[in-house]
Design a binder for this molecule. Structure first.
Ligand code: ZN
Length: 230
């Protein structure tokens, strides 16, 4: 019997590649998408298509409306920063930070895992080509893993030990693109943009688009996503 893993799947290239890695490692995968009221709603549709394309055993969407909290350009009426330079993206924590997002997402993944009998949680966090979010750092993920083993009935009763896997943590965006391509991820199904237009085309100008385009360029691959401008 393959071991089960819960994989957080947003619909972007990082989480899609993470799902492909979990499958390659032989896990029976339970993909989990969280509809937190993100303005880039189309990524939720992408997540479902990717889960089917890659062969997740199950795909579940949980709704937790973080618009009630706000405080982020992704969930509130705050403009998404555009056209920032690599140096600007690398410095500080931008307004696209969603308060405590990865803690919310991992907590939901943990609860789902406890119910389906999984002890392995996968998240596409990355601490190299990223936007400086504090909940993407390795020390944060290590602490969440400790918490998971303190906070759950499954761990306290000794049925297993939770592990948080972040297989992309130390990869550059170019390495993530290459890894995903090797594992057969169809990147035309993914959407990374924080600010897509009504037809789902990426803006090419937000931090997420800029990191993605830089990753494809450095990997020497063509990005199959549709862009408004390029
Ligand atoms: Zn964009």
């Amino acid at each position: 019997m393959p071991q089960r893993a819960v994989v957080l799947l947003s619909g972007g290239i990082d989480s899609s590649t993470t799902l492909a890695v979990a499958l390659q490692q032989g896990f029976e995968t339970y993909a989990l998408t969280v509809d937190y009221g993100q303005r880039h709603r189309r990524e939720l549709e992408c997540a479902g298509r990717i889960a089917r394309h890659l062969g997740a055993s199950r795909h579940t969407t949980v709704r937790v409306d973080l618009r009630a909290i706000g405080g982020s350009a992704l969930t509130d009426a705050i403009p998404v920063p555009l056209d920032r330079s690599d140096a600007e993206i690398a410095h500080g924590i931008p307004i696209t930070y969603v308060p405590a997002r990865n803690t919310v997402l991992l907590s939901l993944a943990l609860g789902h895992a406890e119910v389906v009998g999984a002890f392995d949680l996968f998240i596409g966090a990355n601490a190299i080509d990223y936007s400086g979010y504090p909940d993407c750092r390795p020390e944060y993920l290590a602490q969440f893993e400790r918490l998971a083993n303190l906070a759950t009935k499954a761990a306290v009763e000794g049925r297993g030990t939770f592990r948080v896997h972040a297989p992309l943590l130390r990869l550059t965006k170019a390495e993530i693109v290459r890894r995903g391509a090797e594992l057969g991820v169809d990147f035309s199904l993914t959407l990374s943009c924080y600010n897509p237009d009504d037809t789902g085309r990426a803006c090419g100008r937000c931090d997420s688009c800029r990191l993605r385009l830089k990753g494809f360029a450095e990997a020497g691959l063509r990005d199959p996503a549709a862009y408004v401008t390029q």
